[in-house]
Design a protein around this ligand. Structure first.
Ligand SMILES: CC(=O)N[C@H]1[C@@H](OP(=O)(O)O)O[C@H](CO)[C@@H](O)[C@@H]1O
Ligand SMILES: [Mg+2]
Length: 545
């Protein structure tokens, strides 16, 4: 039973440090030292959210993903394993910014009335954390809140972010026709392992895959998962795990991991991979993956989220056709404006599938993907997954194949619905998906790369006095600026001068900067366009400051 006195007393242990906080694209994320009060307050909100949703279980993940080891963060997971509903993000911000314990209590009680949540009703919360040194302390802040708010909770200790999302979905679907899986860490490995084995029937991977785990939680979890997977010789996959040192928390995300590889456009310096070896990198909480290799002329080649999306869409489309279900299933791809134009063309022109462009941030992509029977969504940086609608699952379930070939395709499609994490993008599950597809298509990473040629592109970060001056036009998926006045017009005039030119600028949702993206038919043109657009942004930002 929650009591005002208990909340006041517990809150007094975790005073607000006088910082202004905001629940952003990826929850709260910053220097771990500043987060005690934030995590405490997120605990109160998790209890409230569970109560609002009739006692369904809410997840809390403590992680700062690819950020440096001194940072940490916290985010909420809704009952089906999806991100917190957008309309509740301001509630989190409001609680985090209450200045005193009394103000916090008043805000909490006001919020409970506002959302019509009975603070005495049962509340259920589960949580986990990544490997950061600040994790255990922040867990104490969280449990102080859950106790004070009278919520029942389970501590799942150290997990990847997608594992926690999986568990939330399992707990909330238990005993229903949509039961997602066994609500335990082992249940996660078993589900992926069995689906992988089925999807690999009569196939084998070529060579091995080297997985850089960013010295984060993905390392020990991948080692565990491997125990449930058949090896290469048994029709499975040989996985070499590297950068999996979680004993020394200071090397997390340091010169390795998906963010390093994507932003630096190079393999981790520690990599011992030979030319043409298949490699991939996870990020610090294992919800993001990119593939890469060094080609025969020693050039680094990246296979990012766009490449995974096109590979998956092409495979699933072929399977649907093979099963005789292509007309039954509405398959689509969801990208953001950062997707390479060549990938968008490949999907629409070669695969003949629809592409939807959304604002940045996985929750936008996930939402748009839900409108398809099979929605393939990835951000270029490797966040993403494939989701199957209830209608698609029912169709796959009741369909009776009319030939052995249809039977085989259907079997693989069904296995994919279990292999691919339906709650959220999952680096471990996505990696197994890529391995399955490469084995089925019997292609190398080089052949995968040559499916289409990327347009040269450049992403530039521009620091401005106030990024909030940069707003986008609604309905354009952040591809056009509404303010400062004239900027968009100047960008348009410039872009028209470049062959296959495309460029846009938008304020980052996670960093204090404006991001400029440009692509064009040659490297020199893409670089030139990016630097000129950045110049426009800088000068207009200065004139509006
Ligand atoms: C260009 C880019 O990579 N943007 C990233 C970054 O968002 P920004 O709003 O651009 O800062 O962080 C998000 C959260 O991790 C991620 O979803 C997104 O893809
Ligand atoms: Mg992450």
């Amino acid at each position: 039973m929650a009591s005002n006195k208990m909340i006041l007393e517990a809150s007094a242990k975790h005073p607000q440090p006088g910082t202004a906080f905001q629940y952003g694209t990826a929850g709260f994320r910053m220097k771990a030292d500043l987060l005690d009060s934030v995590v405490f307050r997120v605990g109160l909100l998790a209890a409230l959210r569970s109560r609002k949703l009739n006692g369904q279980t809410i997840g809390v993940m403590i992680t700062a993903s690819h950020n440096p080891p001194v940072d940490n963060g916290v985010k909420l997971v809704d009952p089906m394993g999806e991100m917190l509903e957008g309309s509740w993000e301001p509630h989190a911000t409001l609680l985090a910014n209450a200045k005193t314990d009394q103000e916090l209590l008043d805000t909490y009680n006001w919020l409970a009335r506002e959302v019509k949540a009975n603070t005495d009703a049962p509340a259920h919360v589960i949580f986990a954390r990544d490997t950061r040194a600040s994790g255990p302390r922040l867990v104490e802040c969280l449990t102080d809140a859950l106790k004070a708010a009278g919520a029942e909770y389970t501590d799942y200790k150290i997990l990847t972010t997608p594992q926690l999302h999986y568990l939330v979905r399992c707990v909330n679907t238990k005993g229903t026709q949509y039961e997602y899986g066994e609500a335990s860490e082992e249940g996660y490995y078993k589900k992926l392992g069995e689906a992988f084995k089925t999807a690999m029937t009569h196939r084998k991977t070529s060579g091995s895959v080297t997985v850089d785990c960013a010295n984060g939680v993905g390392g020990p979890k991948l080692r565990e998962l491997i125990k449930y997977l058949p090896r290469g010789a048994e029709g499975g996959v040989d996985i070499k795990v590297v950068n999996d040192d979680v004993v020394n928390p200071d090397i997390l995300n340091s010169n390795c991991g998906a963010d390093y590889v994507k932003t630096q456009q190079r393999a981790p310096p520690s990599s011992k991979a030979n030319p043409m070896d298949r490699c991939c990198s996870l990020d610090g909480d294992a919800d993001r993956v990119v593939y890469y290799f060094i080609d025969e002329s020693n050039t680094f080649r990246l296979l990012d989220g766009d490449r995974i999306a096109t590979l998956a869409a092409s495979f699933i489309r072929d399977l649907a056709r093979g099963a005789g279900l292509l007309d039954e299933l509405n398959i689509g791809v969801v990208q953001t404006a950062y997707a390479n134009g060549a990938s968008t063309n490949f999907v629409t022109q070669n695969l003949k599938l629809p592409v939807v462009c959304t604002s940045t941030g996985v929750k936008h992509l996930h939402h748009a993907a839900m409108r398809f029977d099979v929605g393939v969504y990835f951000e270029a940086n490797g966040h993403g997954t494939v989701i199957f609608s209830d209608r698609a699952l029912r169709t796959l379930d009741k369909y009776e194949p009319k030939s052995p070939a249809q039977h085989d395709a259907l079997k693989i499609l069904r296995a994919l619905t279990d292999l691919i994490n339906q709650a959220v993008g999952d680096a471990l599950s996505d990696m197994l998906l890529v391995e399955v597809i490469l084995a089925h298509k019997s292609i190398t990473v080089n052949e995968w790369l040559n499916t289409y040629i990327d347009l040269p592109n450049r992403l530039v970060r521009v620091e401005v006095p106030d990024r909030n001056n940069f707003t986008t036009v609604e309905g354009t998926a952040e591809r056009r600026l509404a303010s400062p006045a004239k900027v968009q017009q100047l960008i348009d005039e410039l872009v028209g001068k470049y062959k296959q030119g495309r460029a846009f600028a938008r304020a980052s949702g996670t960093e204090d900067a404006v991001r400029v993206y440009a692509e064009a038919s040659t490297r020199a043109e893409a670089d030139d366009l990016a630097s000129k657009v950045a110049g426009i942004v800088r000068s207009q930002a200065a004139s509006t400051a």
